[in-house]
Design a protein around this ligand. Structure first.
Ligand code: DX5
Ligand code: ZN
Length: 214
């Protein structure tokens, strides 16, 4: 089954509760945390995730675009995240392993995220413990960018690795997902589709979510 994860990066932050309710027919709520160092943009932090947790029952899929994420995973887990994604480029492999270990102690689901430059094989050291792999289909940092078709090959390669070593692991894609690109990533093996502008930019949001699900 294809899952849709609307990104609140495209929501109106002054009306966040209202905009979260608008996407309640979706499967996950995707929360983009950016630190101004790993990516050029700064978005939201722990207190906002805590407030979101208090106003929705949705599964919170928190995408950490921060340097050295092990410093923050416990705080985001305690704030109410259901799943945390850490970028494999955000620290030394020993640091990433530590971040995943803390997530395990906190009882939060574990995901590894890949920037477009990162090869699919980078997930291999962690493959058995992952609940999800997140393949970026744009450079992380901003909503509303164009889908990178060159990432279809990475999605296919990640799918092949998951089928071999961890078939229960989900494969999420993030960036430029719209009605035209969704069938391409699904065909390549993705099963969780993040969409910001394609959801929040639509006149009929439930219809947009249903269209992306295919
Ligand atoms: C970008 C974020 C995405 C972003 C997607 O760095 O990780 O989640 O919100 O936005 P769209 O769907 O507009 O490309
Ligand atoms: Zn994201």
């Amino acid at each position: 089954m294809i899952k849709i994860a609307p990104s609140i990066l495209s929501a109106d932050f002054a009306n966040l509760e209202r905009d979260i309710k608008k996407v309640s027919s979706a499967d996950y709520l995707h929360v983009d945390v950016m630190d101004g160092a790993f990516v050029p943009n700064i978005t939201i932090g722990v207190p906002v995730v805590k407030s979101i947790r208090n106003c929705t029952e949705m599964f919170l899929d928190v995408h950490l675009m921060v340097e050295k994420p092990a410093r923050y995973v416990e705080a985001f887990a305690k704030a109410g995240a259901d799943m945390l994604s850490v970028h494999l480029e955000a620290g030394h492999p020993t640091h990433i392993a530590q971040a995943l270990e803390i997530m395990g102690h906190c009882g939060v689901k574990k995901a590894a995220a890949l920037r477009p430059i990162t090869k699919a094989e980078a997930i291999l050291p962690y493959i058995e413990e992952l609940d999800m792999v997140l393949v970026m289909t744009v450079e992380p940092g901003f909503g509303g960018q164009s889908f990178m078709a060159s990432q279809l090959e990475t999605i296919r390669q990640v799918r092949a690795i998951l089928d071999k070593y961890n078939p229960a692991c989900e494969l999420e894609v993030d960036g430029g997902i719209a009605p035209e690109t969704a069938p391409l990533v699904v065909e390549a093996g993705a099963n969780v589709l993040v969409a910001g502008s394609a959801v929040y930019g639509a006149d009929d949001i439930p219809a947009a979510i249903a269209a992306l699900r295919g």
